[in-house]
Design a protein around this ligand. Structure first.
Ligand SMILES: [Fe+2]
Length: 390
């Protein structure tokens, strides 16, 4: 059976360096056939980010089922498990509310909502960079200027059974009208800035990030593994971000072992390849969660555990990939469903809403059944629930 789904690459101005993203139409997400799903899967791994317009009718259940279909062997567990969101010190805790009848789907947003999907009296807060960055846009410029909040991959990065989700789905239920725009500043000495729609989600392509490296850096990226901190989102809770949202400033503010929710478990520590292979195209993506990195394991067996040096190295490799011309800043409209390849792109929340600007989104991702495939592995050779063996 063939599918009638239409996939059209997003169109950008000629000066743009964005080489990913596609819109998908002629599809019924509530009743996907196997052929439809096969076409969506192929499109996702080819284009990295897919935009489905006018999907307000999609239920949390259908959103979950679409997300789960990318990894049918996965247990039905939210990508961060329970611990990251359940721990009060975790930096993820204030940003998420779980839908009671579909616990893999989270509500995020900004402002007051009386009732939504069984949740009452929601008071949502869009993350603001001033709560996470070492410096901030001055208050009097906050209406017009903003920053990338935190570039990241949706992943727990700790726990033998919490492999990084393959995909994430985001549905815009409510978006403030008005078409307000802001200027996103990097403020890292480059002078870089980017005009963005209010409350955009910014995406960059990890494959382009890898492709743009020098041959020497590609070799380094292919042969290096990244060790993530135990309980990373609690560990980093007192640390502060660089102004470009791409990793943390090294000021010694990370929590000590005694302040973590439990002593680090060597079996739960995740040491992942720096590059992850696309299961359809075979391309490599430079995929590192820059805020959660703890150490680098080089191909010759050397371990770099000087945190400042680790962060400088990762930032040097990733920063060209978030140059303004490479960032896709999605202009959210109500009913937009965005599906992204979480193992092939980095993304960031952006923007600062006013008190009365209400936004309501649903997000879903599921801890994967297998860890990402590294450069030296064959596709289909994934180790299940064995992070340190990857
Ligand atoms: Fe995210």
């Amino acid at each position: 059976m063939s599918s009638n789904i239409r996939v059209e690459p997003l169109v950008f101005p000629e000066s743009s360096g964005i080489d990913f993203g596609a819109s998908v139409s002629n599809v019924d997400i509530e009743h996907l056939t196997d052929a439809d799903f096969a076409a969506i899967r192929e499109a996702l791994f080819t284009h990295q980010v897919l935009v489905f317009k006018n999907q307000s009718h999609v239920t949390p259940k259908a959103q979950y089922e679409l997300t789960h279909r990318f990894d049918p062997a996965a247990a039905s567990k939210y990508g961060h498990g329970d611990t990251a969101t359940g721990n009060k010190r975790s930096i993820l805790h204030p940003d998420l509310r779980t839908i009671p009848h579909q616990p893999q789907v989270q509500v995020i947003g900004h402002g007051r909502v009386d009732e939504y999907e069984g949740l009452r009296d929601l008071r949502l807060k869009h993350p603001h960079h001033r709560t996470f960055h070492a410096t901030a846009v001055p208050d009097h410029e906050d209406h017009d200027f903003t920053r990338f909040y935190r570039w990241h991959i949706d992943a727990a990065l700790y726990g033998a059974d919490l492999a990084p989700p393959v995909v994430t789905t985001l549905l815009a239920v409510k978006v403030p009208g008005g078409g307000r725009r802001q200027t996103c500043r990097y403020e890292d000495g480059s002078g870089d800035e980017l005009d963005v729609p209010l409350g955009t989600t910014a995406f960059v392509n990890g494959e382009a990030m890898y492709d743009s490296l020098s041959e020497a850096d590609k070799e380094f990226a292919r042969t290096t593994k990244v060790e993530y901190a135990p309980h990373p989102y609690v560990w980093m809770s007192s640390a502060r971000s660089r102004s470009d949202g791409l990793g943390l400033v090294s000021e010694g503010r990370e929590l000590g072992i005694e302040d973590l929710p439990s002593p680090p478990d060597p079996k739960a520590v995740q040491i992942l390849p720096m590059c992850w292979r696309n299961p359809v195209t075979g391309r490599l993506a430079l995929q590192v969660h820059p805020s959660a990195v703890l150490a680098l394991h080089l191909g010759d067996g050397t371990v770099i555990d000087d945190l400042e040096r680790v962060r400088e190295t990762v930032h040097r490799l990733q920063r060209p990939g978030i140059a303004p011309r490479r960032v896709y800043a999605h202009d959210w409209r109500e009913g937009d469903l965005v599906l992204f390849h979480n193992r092939g792109v980095l993304h960031s929340v952006v923007g600062a809403f006013a008190e009365d600007e209400v936004r309501l989104f649903r997000q879903c991702n599921i801890a994967a059944s297998h860890f990402p495939v590294g450069p030296r592995q064959q596709l289909g050779d994934q180790k299940v629930a064995a992070a340190t063996a990857v």
